[in-house]
Each structure stands twice: as C-alpha cells, then as structure tokens.
Design a binder for this molecule. Sequence first.
Ligand code: HEC
Ligand code: HEC
Length: 386
Amino acid sequence: MSIKLRFAVCCLFVLISFCFVLGRVAIGSHGQTPTAPQPTATPTPQSDGFGNVQVLKGVRDLLPTMHFIRASLGVRCDYCHITETGKYYLDDKPAKRRAREMIVMTRQLNQVAFNGRQVITCNTCHRGSPTPISIPQITTNFVNTTRVEPFEPKPPALPSAANILAQYEEATHAGSIGSARLGIEIHRAQLINGGTGQARVLPRAEVMKTDVLADGERGVTTTRLSNGQTAPIGSTGTRVWILGANGVQWITTGDLAQLKRKINPLLVLRVRQSDFSSMDVSGEETISGVDAYIVTAIATDGSTEMLWFSKRDHLLIRRTYFHSTLLGLEPEQYDLSEYKRVGAIRLPMAINASYLDDQHLGVLKRLTAIKLGVAVTENDFEPPTR
Ligand code: HEC
Ligand code: HEC
C-alpha cells in the first residue's frame, strides 16, 4: 500500500472511531463530554519533581513526551507554557488546559476503540497543526470515484522483506563489518545571537573529532572537546560507561541500545533477521529523490523500527528507531548517504541522526578514516584504569 493510501485509510479509521467513541462517552456520562481534573491552585512539587502534573502521572522524564506534543501540533513550548524556569507548572494559557483535556480524550479513544493499545496519538489528528483539518479534499486523481476500472494499472506487488534484506546484504556485505577503527567528524548546529533579532541557526557550525574502536555492540569513543579534554564513552557489550571528572560512571538507566549506536554508528547498518520477531514491507516512499521500499519491523525486545531500502541499489538509506513516551512513539532517525566501498564492504560516509528535540538539524557524523578487521580484545572495551 502506498503511503498516501495508508494515510487515507488511517484518517478514515480515526474519523469512524472518534464518532463511535463520542457516542459511547456521551451515553456513559449522561451527555457530558470528558473533562480533565481542575488545576490545583498552589502546586507543590510532587514525587515526580513536577508541580502540576495531573494526567501524565508517574513520569520522571517528561521532556520526550513534551516534544512529542510540540511536534505533533507544530508549535513551540510557549504555545502552552510561560517558558521561564519555574513557571512551566502554571496553567495560565488556555492551550495548556485544552491539551490536558486532549490527553484524557486520546486515552479514552484508545481505551474504547483500540483495546487500550496506543494507536491514536496527538499526531494522528494534528499532523503538525494546532487545528486538525476535518473536511476531506475535493480533488482526487480517480477516473471514477465509485469503483476501480478494469483498465487501470494495478499497483506493482511489493517484494518480500527477506528478499530486500538479501539484496541489501549482497550489495553491502554489511553482515561482515566486524571490528573497526574509525575517525569521525561530528558536525552540529549552533544557535547564534539567540534572543536577539539576529538569531540564526548555523547548521554545521560546530565540528568535533572522535576516534572510535568498535566491534558490534562493544565500542569505545574518544572525543576531543573544544577545551582540549577528552571524554571517553564505552560499551562492553552489556554495559555502558562514561569516564568523567569523577571517574568511571556506569550507565544503568535509559536506552542502552541508543547509547551503543552513538558509540558505534556502524551498528545502524546491522540488519539481522534474528534481531526481529517480524518484518513486513509496508510501502514505498521517495526520500531525497531516491525511491525506496519501507520495511516495518518489530525487534525481539518489542520495539518498532522502520527501514528504507533504495529500490535501485538496495542500500539502506534511512532507519528509524522508536522510543515510547506516555502519548506515543518518539522517532530517532538516521539518514545514511554517500556510500563508498571499503574493501568488500559498502559503507555510508555520512550518517545524520535526528530527533524531535534538536530543531530537525540533526547531528551529522562524517567517516573520515576507516580501518576494518582490526584486532581487538575484551580489555579494549573496559573503562581505562587510572
Ligand atoms: C500543546 C501544549 C503543550 C506544549 C506545546 C508543551 N507542553 Fe509542557 N505541558 C503541557 C501540559 C498539558 C502539561 C501538564 C500535564 C499534566 O497535567 O499531566 C505540561 C507539563 C509540563 C511540565 C511540568 C510542569 C510542572 O512542574 O507541573 C514541563 C516542565 C513542561 N510541560 C515542559 C515543556 C517543554 C520544555 C515544552 C517544549 C518542548 C512543552 N512543555 C511543550 C502542555 C504542553
Ligand atoms: C481525534 C482527533 C484529535 C486527537 C487525537 C487530538 N486532538 Fe487536539 N484537537 C483536535 C481538534 C479537532 C481540535 C480543534 C477543535 C476546535 O476547533 O475546537 C483540537 C484542538 C487542540 C488544541 C487547541 C488548539 C488551539 O489553540 O486552538 C490543543 C492544545 C490540542 N488539541 C492538543 C492536543 C494534544 C496535546 C493531543 C494529544 C494528547 C491532541 N490534541 C490529540 C483533535 C484531536
């Protein structure tokens, strides 16, 4: 199914289920629409560290959820908040109070129509705008709006995921990357003249150099900071550590898989069928002019991923990992380009990572030196003793 068609089907579903739910809710509560709890007058910090969290309870890191809301509505934090330190708890802005009602409504939709699964999110309706569009477009490209005519070309059948993976492996031999020593340039965006009329974002202003020694999930990166110091980060395969001013710190919470990808960017190229419990070709999309198949996969740990393989040369051009927030999935996207041969293996020289909370500018990693098949020992990935 094409992406457009999937969107259309999805919208239809939302419309139907929304009417259905409104009907149910109206009967259940004697004609009243659902309302959120009233804001408390003088908030005091609660166990989660926030003063006035009434419906998103039990979360310590609220920020990914806030970025999920912000991106879904296509607004900034100040659409709902007085964006000054210590004032985020205030309910002065009507949009914040409305958003709270919407959180309650979205939960009810999922409860009533989707068995509690997180299917409907803010983005299902909002799609980057505070005011969802409820009226369908008049224009369609159909010859006949009632039925498919026999002379119309059928959409081409999609290949199987196994087929796409096999072609990817044949084109890149990514399965045999193994150990590597990498020189990487990290390019980041910088905001200059913030808070003035001349505020500008320079997309690739900041450049840092990193050396990486990696072997799959094991790796060590050493980044030279602008002050001349280095900040080594490593993964032993099962555990992640950082060497800071106070010595070695083991990281036990958060997404270790994401940290491992940050340490060894080549992990993004590893697509092993055994890492997934299901893989389906879910559609087609053109990304930066390249026609691609989309593979939607469920990893063995239950998380969802989407992978885009170019139709022409079978290369992996985008991979998106999804992280759950209280309201929906938050994407972590990698765009891979400038593939080159390194021995028998084809590797992207440019890997751009982007998230909802980085102004869409991403962090570009450029591979400047690559040595494959280097000798490594377990010790190489342990924190240095000093
Ligand atoms: C569309 C509205 C909306 C946007 C945009 C939004 N928020 Fe929120 N935010 C809320 C709502 C609603 C709550 C309260 C949730 C609850 O009651 O459970 C909240 C709560 C918070 C809190 C907790 C405050 C406290 O102590 O009670 C913080 C901090 C916060 N948001 C930060 C942010 C940041 C940072 C951004 C931008 C990245 C942002 N929000 C964008 C609606 C929004
Ligand atoms: C089922 C569809 C649907 C879902 C899901 C949904 N919204 Fe809405 N939302 C709407 C519609 C429609 C409006 C505009 C209604 C109107 O015109 O009064 C709206 C309006 C709003 C507004 C007021 C905008 C303004 O300033 O005029 C906010 C804020 C908002 N939604 C936040 C959210 C958040 C946050 C979520 C996710 C927790 C969410 N919505 C989920 C349909 C939806």
